[in-house]
Design a protein around this ligand. Structure first.
Ligand SMILES: Nc1nc2c(c(=O)[nH]1)N[C@H]1C(S)=C(S)[C@@H](COP(=O)(O)O)O[C@H]1N2
Ligand SMILES: [Mo]
Length: 517
């Protein structure tokens, strides 16, 4: 454990200093990418944003158990212990070499793994030399013949130290390895990675040429407990596959637009801010959102229309897709049509009055109204390739999710919460409904098996934002089930047919049980 810990600690320190792939994060990221869809669905559903610390904890626990096993085996079979300990380093190198990474080049990405391999292997050899004096392969456990009191006989109880065991040397080596492990890990946690929060805050986003329409009064349902119409950034849902949030330096960030184009474009962050900016309210939704779930949020975004960049690059022939790539190498495929059909598809730089938060894709991400995030909302985006769906497959589509995924008309009850106790008499329910790009025309509520009754709709901000609703009813004693359904402006009524999020978004009606006293 000491040897593995020292290897890991100095590997993590190297990653923090040089910007390579951290052994723990590298292996964790490979677990994310290799995990079967069902495991990932489980994590998204049951762990939410805690999935990341949980995964890191699992990796650390696995390393601990593995190292303990290697140590136990090492008591009788030192060579096996060396091989197992070295294997930890090899795994770190393999994960870094083959997985997604934020590292700038091939050498830097594997460097922390190499350090882990070297330090852990040297560490275990040192410890074994002390525990098995004489030869590395000598059998331990033979009683000490005539050890001097200061240097031997340290073991308490019936077990005796091996012949020639040097207690002081062992403690010294153990201490050195322990300090390397704990110190390296500790230092790696406090060494800042990437740009600072002050740098992010300090960025001034120009006033957009096209402002968002003034939000109509009355976009909020006037009911305590209903979602805020504009989701504050700190409580905006977060879904991605990164174990550490990238803190990309906007001074070195650049975006390449290439592929089936007449002219390749390369844009810096300053270039982007110099272009025509538009400001729009757009509700983002995750395909993994269960009926009634929390992975939906509404924000005021500022960004550059993607259509204008594509026009400048000159899209060629029969291209039908944009493959966008994030700084860690994750890819997303978006229909070209959704970016050029006049909707407000943007490369966003601002979110609710500030530069994008790091978690939400700083410095630049895509936002495309009407499509689930996994086919449109690439965070930390660095590359747009104009291409054909036939010529590539994106990260999520490789994992069983649909290639194209427009957002399904959906609605949710925010209040009352499930199993709330309320007083008999006049009662109120409220929530949100969304059908980005189509707009919500109607929301209805059903009490138990009764008639569908119209809810009162709050003012509409835009067809790309969710819409709040309020329903007043007369609650009679007993348990009641409230069910909600929305109708979009195409006249399509939200389906009651239940579907799981995979492959292209959940469907079914949200209901909630209330206890009326
Ligand atoms: N680079 C990157 N961008 C990404 C993802 C990701 O895993 N990596 N996840 C996507 C998914 S599934 C969704 S729903 C949205 C979520 O955006 P948010 O975390 O800002 O709410 O980002 C999208 N963009
Ligand atoms: Mo998502």
């Amino acid at each position: 454990m000491l040897a593995a810990g020292a290897g890991l600690g100095l590997g993590e320190l190297t990653a923090a200093l040089a910007g390579g792939t951290s052994p723990v994060v590298g292996v964790g990221t490979q677990l994310i990418d290799l995990a079967p869809g069902a495991a990932k669905d489980f994590a998204v559903k049951n762990l939410g944003t805690a999935d990341k610390p949980v995964l890191i904890g699992v990796v650390l626990l696995a390393v601990t158990v593995f190292a303990l096993l290697a140590g136990a085996i090492g008591a009788t079979r030192p060579r096996v212990a060396v091989a197992l300990t070295a294997l930890l380093g090899v795994l770190a190198i393999l994960a870094a070499a083959t997985g997604r990474t934020l590292a700038p080049n091939h050498f830097v990405r594997v460097l922390p793994g190499i350090i882990t391999l070297l330090v852990a292997t040297i560490g275990i050899l040192l410890v074994l030399r002390i525990l098995h004096p004489g030869s590395r392969t000598s059998q331990p456990g033979k009683p000490a013949a005539k050890a001097s009191p200061e240097s031997a006989g340290a073991a308490a109880g019936p077990a005796e130290a091996p012949a020639g065991f040097d207690r002081r040397r062992f403690l010294g080596t153990a201490m050195a390895l322990g300090v390397a492990g704990a110190g390296g890990l500790g230092a790696s946690l406090v060494i800042p990675a990437g740009v600072s929060e002050a740098t992010r805050r300090g960025i001034r986003i120009p006033v957009p040429a096209s402002r968002a329409r003034a939000m109509p009064a009355g976009v909020m349902a006037d009911v305590p407990g209903v979602s805020r119409f504009v989701t504050p950034n700190p409580s905006f849902y977060r879904v991605d596959t990164l174990l550490t949030v990238p803190k990309v330096d906007p001074r070195t960030w650049s975006l390449r637009i290439h592929g089936m184009v007449d002219r390749e474009l390369e844009l810096s962050f300053a270039d982007l801010l110099d272009r025509r900016l538009i400001e729009r309210d757009i509700t983002l939704t995750c395909v993994s959102n269960e009926v009634g779930g929390p992975y939906v949020g509404n924000a005021r975004w500022i960004g550059v229309p993607i259509a204008e960049l594509l026009r400048e690059a000159g899209v060629q022939g029969d291209a039908d897709a944009i493959k966008s790539t994030s700084v860690d190498g994750l890819t997303i495929g978006t229909p070209l049509k959704a970016l050029t059909d006049g909707r407000d598809a943007i490369l966003a730089v601002g979110m609710n009055g500030e530069p994008l938060p790091f978690e939400h894709g700083f410095p630049v991400r895509m936002v495309v109204p009407g499509l689930y995030g996994y086919v449109s909302a690439t965070k930390w985006v660095v590359d747009l390739e104009v291409t054909k769906f036939a010529d590539f497959s994106a990260y999520w589509t490789d994992r069983g999710w649909a290639v194209e995924a427009p957002i399904k008309t959906s609605s949710r009850i925010d209040v009352p919460k499930g199993f709330a106790r309320i007083k008999a008499g006049p009662a109120v329910a409220a929530g949100v409904a969304w059908a980005q790009q189509r707009g919500i025309a109607k929301v209805e509520v059903q009490v138990d098996d009764g008639e569908w009754q119209p809810a009162k709709l709050a003012a509409e901000d835009s067809i790309d934002t969710w819409r709040q609703w309020t329903f007043r009813w007369n609650a009679t004693p007993g348990n009641h089930t409230l069910t909600v359904r929305a109708t979009d402006t195409t006249g399509e009524v939200q389906t009651a047919d239940r579907a799981a999020p995979r492959p292209n978004g959940s469907s079914g009606l949200h209901n909630t049980v209330v206890m009326v006293e």
